[in-house]
Design a protein around this ligand. Structure first.
Ligand SMILES: *[C@@H]1O[C@H](CO)[C@@H](O)[C@H](O)[C@H]1NC(C)=O
Ligand SMILES: *[C@@H]1O[C@H](CO)[C@@H](O)[C@H](O)[C@H]1NC(C)=O
Ligand SMILES: *[C@@H]1O[C@H](CO)[C@@H](O)[C@H](O)[C@H]1NC(C)=O
Ligand SMILES: *[C@@H]1O[C@H](CO)[C@@H](O)[C@H](O)[C@H]1NC(C)=O
Ligand SMILES: *[C@@H]1O[C@H](CO)[C@@H](O)[C@H](O)[C@H]1NC(C)=O
Ligand SMILES: *[C@@H]1O[C@H](CO)[C@@H](O)[C@H](O)[C@H]1NC(C)=O
Length: 783
């Protein structure tokens, strides 16, 4: 029978010999070896494993590998697609799961999970590399016992998710040891450790919240430096509960503390105790566990899953790498990234990732999950961006990152800026081209700037001023009364001209209305968008018509000021070049990104132009490539924006002798309640999905700064490599330049809020005020 089906299968296989399986490959250097000889596999290059999942569903790829945590994410995002055909295991870890997390208590423990209140808690530490637990796994006992999901009664609105969590934990547990990073931001982490010391009190003498307890003698077979072993020793030497991996509980009690194993019990999720003893401690499966983690596995699209599984059984009969220098061996190294101790076990029943993970890690669907902290809403402007955002949302949710994210699509960037201001959404990552409008007209403030990729010539925002090569203009003073074209009203080039001219003393720096400043300086200009509500929204009582008079509609149509390519020939950086080349303007201000391709497209020569440098001299040569000193701006190309601080009037603290004369109210800026929570969330997202999370150790291979599904510049520009802080204290010079670009605006108008803020030239002032104020607010004020 078996032989017959084998022959039948071989026949089928030869019939379909041309029928190759498309394999997701992220390192294309493996493609040649994969397609050698009589290979049945071909490469489908993918940028990330999330891209692979999208291709599997679309039917443009057939098979790929996914980690344990990625399978959970697939269960959320593609619940009815694809099938898990095999698991990839570590044969040194017997048992049906990758790991189990358990709670160990003393036998006299009573009253289930609630009985842990006030008890001494020993945790192996957040971010422990060895087992690669996600935050959700690391915190499972805390979530269930201390209800860290629940919002404390006190005003929580200004707090980060991290702070609410440790505050709840410090109130629930007694002296404890919970090492590791409580926040992805080291400053915030240190501050929390200082303010909630009881959660580090059990770590040992002179500890900076890392175990320094005496681990006793070293015994072969047990690693005293292992964080789980330390947490177990913390329990043995006086703690009341520890939350560790079952495999280490077994090591600890079989190799090292055989005599006392029966003094301890597992505390089950349903609150019952199961006593440990010399018998059940040898079982590879724990009597009860908080998390039982499935293995990662090989996933195929539903149409080809059965056939492929049959093939894999013959290609890899032992479940190990055939190591025979054939394409089968290459296929194994692609689908089984784990380099040692790997074993592939075929699944008997093929389940979708959702059904597969449901058995081990049942997770409420993301849309029905609730949390007291409202999700932070990310505004996006295209369907592809929404898709990427929703993957980030699902991945963050599966990993247990807080607060949760939700994604909302609007028709354009200005809709988003308006919705952030009106609190319909919370934040948006946007081009620095809109930095001025976002601050001036939409009252927003940066919560992060980006760091840009230095090796990419189109990275950063570099603004130059160009005149024609034969121009008589040699200094900014010559520009008064001349004609200028800008790519867009209020854009980065417009802003850069204003700032440079102010610094050179050519524009009066008492003038805070930048429409008037520019409009009165030049005779005529084209600044597309100047008449549009999205760009100007009641900002100016100046008649902006001469900011539009140079603009040009196609085919001699009526004059226009629109900010789109079809109805305004002079819109955009390439439009400005055309404006100058046509002799309509005497000077233009443009970004250098892609400038050579614009010249080529319009049949222009770089030598027709010369730059007017920010130090008020002409560049030495004609051309558009200038050194950084000549630029009007050299700044980061994008930022993440949220609502800016609002002015509040807080009472001064009462002094007893003054009680009959209440003190006056103090006006202070209070950071928006979402600000610090969004800042912390972005730090966390960078930690898990940024370039610092190297792909080898990433839980979920999703890159927020990279292309998604083959499309660049979604959520963030591809030129972004990480975040930087929006302060002048940053060491990132283009970020510093960017903050300084707006220093006049900020001093001028309180950044457009029409609240005078004398001397408010940088954000560190905000930060200090915010710190003081949030301390006051949480203590004295109930909003
Ligand atoms: C950490 O957070 C603090 C306070 O929010 C902020 O001032 C600081 O710049 C952040 N540091 C980093 C490296 O993100
Ligand atoms: C373990 O339990 C036994 C009997 O219940 C008790 O005599 C002994 O002191 C306990 N040992 C430890 C280390 O707690
Ligand atoms: C609690 O869980 C344990 C382990 O899964 C099980 O043996 C026990 O029957 C459960 N008890 C109750 C009351 O549900
Ligand atoms: C998989 O899950 C779906 C719904 O979540 C259910 O309808 C279906 O019966 C499950 N399939 C198996 C094989 O368990
Ligand atoms: C500038 O580029 C846009 C989009 O790439 C194009 O539609 C437009 O025609 C170009 N304008 C000029 C003046 O070349
Ligand atoms: C102005 O800047 C240009 C470009 O960096 C430089 O070549 C020139 O020497 C500078 N001129 C003065 C007077 O500093």
């Amino acid at each position: 029978m078996a032989l017959r089906s084998f022959i039948l299968l071989s026949l089928l296989a030869s019939v379909f010999a041309q029928d190759r399986y498309r394999v997701c490959v992220s390192s294309t250097s493996q493609c040649q070896a994969l397609e050698l000889g009589d290979s049945r596999a071909i490469c489908t290059p993918v940028e990330s494993r999330v891209d692979c999942a999208l291709q599997l569903v679309r039917g443009t790829a057939d098979v790929g590998f996914f980690t344990d945590e990625e399978l959970l994410v697939l269960g959320q995002t593609q619940p009815t697609n694809n099938l898990v055909i095999a698991t990839v295991r570590d044969f040194t870890k017997p048992g049906s799961v990758s790991f189990q997390s358990v709670a160990v208590v003393r036998n006299d423990h009573t009253n289930g999970l609630e009985g842990l209140r006030g008890k001494k808690y020993c945790h192996p530490g957040l971010g422990e590399a060895a087992l690669r637990w996600s935050p959700r796994v690391e915190k499972e006992l805390e979530t269930r016992a201390a209800n860290t999901d629940r919002c404390p009664e006190a005003d929580y609105k200004f707090k980060t998710a991290e702070e609410m969590e440790v505050e709840t934990l410090s109130q629930f547990f007694g002296d404890s040891c919970r090492p590791g990073a409580w926040s992805a931001n080291a400053t915030v982490d240190a501050d929390l450790k200082r303010r909630y010391p009881s959660l580090c009190a059990l770590c040992g003498p002179n500890s900076s919240c890392d175990y320094t307890i005496d681990m006793g003698i070293t015994i072969a077979g047990i690693n005293n430096n292992n964080a789980h072993i330390k947490a177990l020793e913390c329990l043995r030497s006086g703690g009341d509960v520890t939350y560790v991996a079952w495999q280490h509980v077994r090591e600890f009690f079989t190799i090292r503390n055989n005599d006392i194993v029966s003094n301890f019990s597992l505390l089950c999720p349903n609150g019952t105790l199961v006593g440990l003893n010399s018998v059940n401690i040898t079982d590879t499966n724990a009597p009860c566990a908080f998390v039982s983690q499935h293995w990662g596995g090989i996933v195929a699209n539903s149409a080809r899953a059965n056939a492929l599984q049959t093939e894999l059984r013959t290609w890899w009969p032992a479940g190990s790498n055939p190591a025979d220098n054939t394409w089968r061996s290459t296929l194994y190294s692609i689908l089984v990234p784990q380099s040692s101790n790997a074993q592939v076990i075929m699944e008997d029943t093929l389940l979708t990732p959702a059904n597969f993970t449901q058995l081990s890690r049942p997770l409420t669907s993301i849309d029905s999950a609730t949390s007291c902290v409202p999700p932070r809403v990310w505004c996006v402007v295209s369907a592809q961006e929404l898709a990427k955002c929703n993957w980030v949302r699902a991945a963050a949710y599966s990993l247990g990152i807080k607060p949760s994210i939700s994604c909302v699509q609007r028709s354009d960037i200005f809709q988003c800026l308006r919705d952030v201001r009106e609190k319909n959404v919370d934040f948006i990552a946007t081009s620095s081209n809109y930095g001025y409008l976002a601050r001036q007209h939409f009252s927003l403030t940066p919560v992060k700037l980006v760091q840009n990729l230095h090796s990419d010539p189109n990275s950063f925002s570099r603004v130059i001023a160009l005149v024609r090569a034969n121009s008589d203009i040699t200094r900014f003073e010559n520009l008064r009364g001349r004609k200028a074209c800008f790519p867009e009203f209020g854009g980065i080039s417009y802003m850069s001209f204003v700032r440079t001219a102010q610094v050179l003393g050519v524009l009066n720096d008492k003038e805070c209305d930048y429409a008037r400043a520019v409009g009165e300086f030049f005779s005529t200009t084209c600044a597309p968008g100047a008449q549009d509500a999205s760009h100007a929204l009641g900002a100016s009582n100046y008649d902006v018509s001469n900011l539009c008079s140079l603009c040009k509609a196609p085919n001699g149509a009526n004059s226009t000021c629109s900010w789109d390519y079809t109805s305004n020939l002079y819109f955009g950086n390439n439009g400005s070049l055309s404006c100058l080349a046509n002799n309509d303007a005497d000077i233009i201000f443009v970004e250098t990104t892609n400038i050579n391709s614009y010249l080529t497209a319009q049949n222009l020569q770089a030598s027709q132009f010369r730059a007017l440098c920010s130090n008020n001299t002409l560049a030495l040569q004609n051309g558009v490539n200038v050194d950084d000193n000549c630029l009007l701006s050299y700044v980061v190309d994008s930022e993440v924006l949220t609502r800016r601080p609002t002015l509040k009037h807080l009472p001064r603290p009462l002094k007893p002798h003054n009680i009959t004369h209440p003190p006056p109210l103090r006006p202070v800026y209070v950071q928006d309640e979402a600000y610090s929570s969004i800042s912390a969330l972005l730090d966390t997202l960078e930690k898990y999905f940024g370039y610092t999370a190297s792909s080898g150790t990433q839980h979920v291979n999703l890159e927020i700064f990279s292309s998604f599904d083959g499309t660049r510049d979604l959520l963030f520009k591809n030129t972004a490599v990480g975040f930087s802080e929006p302060t002048t204290a940053t060491t990132n010079q283009p970020a510093k330049n960017y903050i300084e670009l707006f220093s006049h605006l900020q001093a001028c108008t309180g950044a457009g809020n029409n609240i005078p803020v004398p001397g408010l030239a940088n954000r560190s002032f905000y930060s200090i005020v915010t710190l003081i104020v949030s301390a006051l607010v949480t203590r004295f004020i109930v909003y």
